[in-house]
Design a protein around this ligand. Structure first.
Ligand code: C2E
Ligand code: CA
Ligand code: CA
Length: 611
């Protein structure tokens, strides 16, 4: 009872009966107990009653006029909104009441007339409680289901989050790996990754004798010129463009890597012979020979390539690359814009160069150098006009070493600066001795070679200035020889230095004229006093018809630009006669004298030879 009072919503009972008497008794009984009661006399009323408000319980008379109670119960059970409402059958004692059938069609209980009031109430309340419990269970069930669903969803979310986190971590890791193993400018594999690929190739060639590969080492020629003159941004743009062309020359199975600076490595795999690697190198050189149209400039850029045939006997992948590098250096030495194939002999040579470099460092400390002087002859008078200072290295075990064999190494290692400064000093001291000696003609000139490398250092002018001050020589008799290639490397800076040197009253001679590629207009803007025609042209003067006209042309060029012409490498009287007839101004060569030691100079000069 208490429960009913607490229940804010009274239970709703629908009585279905066609007998008004029955209805009244039952209805008033239930109403008195606090139930809401509605009544229906036929199926039509049942439908509308249920549609307006679903009852909590139905009391159903078994005896109805048109359709009986069983049928109504079946319909209620078949209708989805009423299917779960408990139905209690009402029957009179004399009715033919089939209890089994009543339960079969879905009834839950029955009450017999005349009603025992207490029994009715108990049975009704029982069913209502039962129904409530069912509803409660249902509610709990759905709640439980919902909670399970929520929980499942939460778990799913958590799982998704974890998966996302794992994905991002992998992503990040991949990105990190990417940056560690790739070059940021071109996006190509870097040296580390390239070495790994070489290692794999090496391993594979050890396991499978039919697998063969080649390594290419590519270095751009004079890339520094672009960087220095057009700036690093243009340099970067060019590197990207070069990388693209290289990639276009390769198959997707080859590996292209930027090893650093203007160096690239290429791994060519699964090839049958070296000719395939050569073909690729040729195709690269051909592709690079086309002008690069950058955003603001058009640039030509060639490259030198070293090819190394993969060999399973290599201990380390680094050695494969080292030898390709050595071959590349050889390609450069042979004139650039070409390829060269590695030959184990080159390795020995490379080692020798290394040794040479070490020895050279010691040679500077121990002052193992020597300057010899080769006379230069005025062709007008036939007499000595001056001398060219030529350096030698007195190696403690290998004897006298020619500058041809150590100057390139000295230039590459930077050792050229102390060596060349020493030569400058020594030769200037000799010049001072001449100028102090009254027996020797005061007008003898001293010619000194300066390496292109010294022009990358603005200090060279102050070094020369200091030597002039220290030795107190007359700079009018000093000549400095530089090669054509020296002015091409970094022309703007070199031009400035040359003008400063000229400002010291020193004369400038272009050495090895004809072996470079300088155009005449270009030459004109440099302050040269003389052109020294390379000995190779003098040598071919008589032998080769084609080049015969070259020497006269060069002499003509010198004169037309107000310069004097010097011929070097004169070995025969015929050459001398020819040069004289061409109005060449000066000559130098074995015909007159090789380079001689300083001690022999006074005697040589005072003997005053004439040719
Ligand atoms: P270069 O300046 O062209 O010097 C001329 C070279 O030709 C010298 O070789 C000389 O000995 C050689 N020669 C002279 N007359 C004849 C001849 O009639 N026939 C032939 N076939 N050769 C002749 P050297 O002394 O071996 O010097 C070679 C090169 O080394 C020089 O070529 C020069 O480029 C460089 N060099 C020599 N001394 C110095 C130096 O003190 N500083 C620098 N930076 N380079 C130097
Ligand atoms: Ca020279
Ligand atoms: Ca020369």
């Amino acid at each position: 009872m208490n429960q009913e009072k607490l229940d804010p919503k009274p239970k709703n009972i629908l009585i279905i009966d066609d007998m008004p008497d029955n209805l009244r008794v039952l209805s008033s009984l239930l109403k008195r107990r606090g139930y809401q009661v509605r009544q229906a006399f036929n199926w039509q009323m049942v439908v509308s009653a249920c549609e307006s408000l679903l009852p909590d319980l139905i009391l159903l008379d078994i005896m109805m006029p048109d359709i009986d109670g069983y049928e109504i119960c079946e319909r209620l059970k078949a209708w989805d909104i009423t299917a779960n409402i408990p139905v209690i059958f009402i029957s009179a004692l004399d009715d033919v009441f089939d209890k089994v059938k009543a339960f079969k069609v879905g009834g839950v209980d029955y009450i017999t007339k005349p009603f025992a009031l207490e029994e009715v109430l108990v049975r009704v309340q029982n069913q209502l409680d039962l129904r409530e419990a069912q509803v409660e269970i249902l509610k709990l069930n759905t709640e439980l289901e919902n909670r399970v669903k929520e929980r499942t969803q939460a778990l799913k979310n958590a799982l998704q989050k974890l998966e996302n986190a794992a994905y991002f971590r992998d992503e990040l890791q991949n990105k990190l790996l990417e940056t560690v193993l790739h070059d940021s400018l071109t996006g190509l594999p870097n040296r580390v990754l390239f070495i790994r690929k070489l290692e794999n190739a090496l391993q594979q060639s050890k396991e499978d004798s039919s697998y063969q590969f080649a390594v290419l080492f590519l270095d751009c020629d004079r890339f520094k010129v672009v960087n220095d003159s057009l700036g690093h941004l243009v340099g970067d743009e060019l590197l990207i463009a070069i990388a693209r062309r290289l990639q276009a020359s390769l198959s997707p199975f080859d590996t292209l890597s930027r090893l650093g600076g203007d160096e690239f490595g290429i791994l060519i795999e699964n090839i049958t012979d070296i000719n395939i690697a050569i073909k690729i190198a040729e195709s690269i050189l051909q592709k690079l020979s086309v002008v690069f149209k950058l955003s603001r400039y058009e640039v030509f850029m060639s490259a030198s390539i070293g090819i190394n045939w993969g060999n399973k006997n290599y201990e380390k992948p680094e050695y494969l690359l080292r030898d390709a590098d050595t071959a590349m250096y050889r390609a450069k030495a042979l004139g650039r814009a070409r390829y060269h194939i590695f030959d184990p002999v080159m390795y020995k040579e490379a080692i020798q160069i290394l040794e040479l470099e070490n020895d050279l460092r010691r040679a500077i400390e121990r002052q193992e150098f020597l300057v010899l002087y080769q006379p230069m002859i005025s062709l007008a008078t036939g007499r000595i006009s001056g001398f060219e200072a030529l350096v030698r290295w007195q190696h403690p075990t290998r004897g006298i070493i020619s500058p041809v064999n150590f100057i390139p190494v000295a230039e590459e290692t930077g050792l050229i600066t102390p060596i060349n400064t020493w030569v400058l000093n020594t030769a200037c001291n000799t010049l001072r001795e001449w100028q102090e000696n009254s027996e020797i003609s005061f007008s003898l000139n001293m010619s000194i070679n300066l390496s292109a490398r010294l022009f990358s250092d603005l200090n060279i002018v102050s070094i020369i200035e200091k030597i002039i001050n220290d030795t107190q020589i007359n700079p009018n008799n000093l000549e400095i020889e530089i090669t054509e290639s020296a002015i091409m490397e970094n022309s703007a800076a070199v031009k400035k230095i040359l003008h400063n040197i000229k400002g010291l009253k020193i004369k400038l001679v272009m050495d090895d004229f004809g072996t470079g590629y300088s155009s005449l207009s270009y030459l004109h803007s440099f302050p040269f006093h003389a052109l020294k025609i390379d000995k190779s042209f003098v040598k071919r003067m008589q032998t080769n018809e084609e080049t015969m006209a070259l020497v006269p042309a060069m002499i003509g060029i010198a004169h037309s630009m107000g310069m004097t012409a010097i011929a070097e490498g004169v070995e025969t009287p015929e050459q001398l006669a020819q040069l004289r007839s061409l109005n060449c101004d000066f000559a130098q060569g074995y015909l007159f004298s090789p380079a001689i030691p300083q001690e022999l100079l006074p005697e040589f000069i005072t003997s005053s030879p004439q040719w």
